[in-house]
Design a protein around this ligand. Structure first.
Ligand code: SAM
Length: 269
């Protein structure tokens, strides 16, 4: 999403009291910031904040924080959430999330219509569902906390499923066309700005929810992996049992190779 520089951006960023200027100060203390013990939900790449404003208005018991790296867009979001007492906005990048939120501090993370960074392998690491980002989300989510991910881009969706699975997340819900759920009233999530555009074009909306292994289960798994002594034939064949999981997760481009050249059109970069 590209925006023209707006003359009012700086003023809005400086004066809008929903925009948190030193968000790292609240790491581990976001409930103090909101003045309650309610759940904390994060939206990454929140755009102009329409989703956040709608969610905040129908869920007054939940504290919402939107993160957006484009100052012009964040300024617009500031105006859109002006009436929400349970919403805050941060100018920042998703890759810095762990500097802004404590371990297990978030109950839910929304990633909606993020840039697909199509086709080029070297761009895979920029996708917000890349394994490296998933590791950050795992740290800030509480046990049982989930990511809701929506996209119009099938290649990105397939890539994301591969990344969540390889990182050991449990995919708890998948829809290859979330518009059906919307129409049936079964979808608790209001559409974002981009989602409205895609629905108007009659395009499918891919959606999934996923959660990482709980911390105890993860520690048990690490211990089991550490205790596992590979049988002699595996060692002799150079098959690194203990390193297998690590390799899959640290090479987030794996899922992309097979997607290239399928010919599905790309609209955004
Ligand atoms: C295509 S727009 C979608 C906006 C909104 N989520 C929606 O569905 O209407 C993607 C947004 O994510 C923001 N963005 C992209 N990468 C980001 C990152 N690493 N951290 C924070 N924001 C990011 C962009 O500036 C842009 O506003």
């Amino acid at each position: 999403m590209r925006t023209r520089k707006k003359p009012w951006t700086q003023r809005e960023l400086a004066t809008n009291d929903h925009i948190v200027h030193e968000p790292a100060l609240y790491k581990g203390r976001w409930r103090e910031y909101f003045g309650n013990d309610g759940p904390v939900h994060l939206e990454l790449g929140c755009g102009k904040g329409r989703f956040l404003a709608r969610m905040a208005s129908v869920n007054p018991e939940i504290n919402f924080v939107g993160l957006e790296r484009d100052p012009n867009i964040l300024a617009a979001a500031g105006r859109n959430v002006a009436d929400a007492g349970n919403a805050a906005l941060i100018l920042g990048d998703a890759k810095s999330l762990a500097e802004l939120f404590g371990e297990g501090e978030a109950d839910k993370i929304y990633i909606q219509f993020c840039d697909p960074w199509p086709n080029k392998k070297k761009w895979a690491k920029r996708r917000l569902t890349n394994a490296r980002f998933l590791e950050i989300y795992r740290r800030v989510l509480r046990d049982g906390g989930e990511v809701l991910f929506k996209t119009d881009n099938r290649q990105l969706f397939e890539f994301s499923i591969t990344q969540f699975s390889a990182a050991g997340w449990l995919i708890t819900a998948v829809s290859l066309d979330a518009r059906g759920a919307n129409a049936a009233g079964g979808n608790a999530f209001p559409p974002t700005e981009y989602e409205e555009k895609f629905m108007a074009l009659d395009m499918p909306i891919y959606q999934l929810e996923a959660r990482p292994l709980e911390r105890k289960a993860e520690k048990d798994k690490e211990q089991t992996d550490a205790e596992h002594i590979p049988p002699r034939e595996e060692q002799a064949s150079g098959h690194e049992v203990a390193g297998r999981g690590h390799r899959e997760q640290s090479e987030p481009d794996n899922g992309e190779e097979g997607q290239e050249g399928r010919g599905e059109g790309q609209r955004r970069g």
